[in-house]
Design a protein around this ligand. Structure first.
Ligand SMILES: [Zn+2]
Ligand SMILES: [Zn+2]
Length: 156
């Protein structure tokens, strides 16, 4: 399986070893990609643990798991990374399907290092809105070449 983060690499050579703690994220972008892939594969524990300690207080694993359960993540585009500043950031657009709608989230995320691990601190949401309503026979937005109803449609 290709990595959900759209790197075009196999999952087990990209985000999976990071999500399973076999490898450490070497940069904010790697951490960001691994968190996206963790959402896509519903690894709520990992998502929680890669929040900065100060941000973990405002999070719950149940809430993260519920949110991951409701969404199918269908695309990620990294727009910009600033790795060498005192406050590294990654700007990205992520796409997900919820119900029968495709949404786009455009965020600039901030990262810090704690105990020599990159962690997600917080982010500025630039835009977060519905892109389109999907019909069951539409091509799936995840680019699988399948119809939506046979792919990322979670409706009963
Ligand atoms: Zn990946
Ligand atoms: Zn799909």
């Amino acid at each position: 399986m290709l990595c959900p983060c759209k790197s075009q690499k196999p999952f087990n050579e990209c985000c999976q070893p990071i999500i399973t703690y076999k490898l450490k994220a070497q940069s904010p972008e790697q951490l960001m990609r691994s968190r996206y892939s963790a959402y896509a594969t519903k690894q709520a524990q990992y998502i929680f643990e890669t929040y900065a300690l100060s941000s973990q207080k405002e999070q719950s694993i149940d809430d993260i798991a519920n949110w991951a359960e409701q969404c199918r993540w269908t695309g990620l585009t990294i727009l910009n990374t600033l790795a060498s500043t005192s406050m590294p950031t990654v700007e990205f657009i992520a796409y997900y399907v919820q119900g029968n709608s495709l949404y786009q989230l455009h965020e600039v995320s901030r990262f810090i290092q704690e105990d020599s691990h990159w962690r997600y601190l917080d982010g500025d949401i630039k835009s977060h809105h519905m892109v389109q309503k999907l019909s069951r026979n539409d091509p799936c937005p995840c680019a699988s070449n399948k119809k939506f109803k046979r792919c990322c449609d979670l409706s009963p």
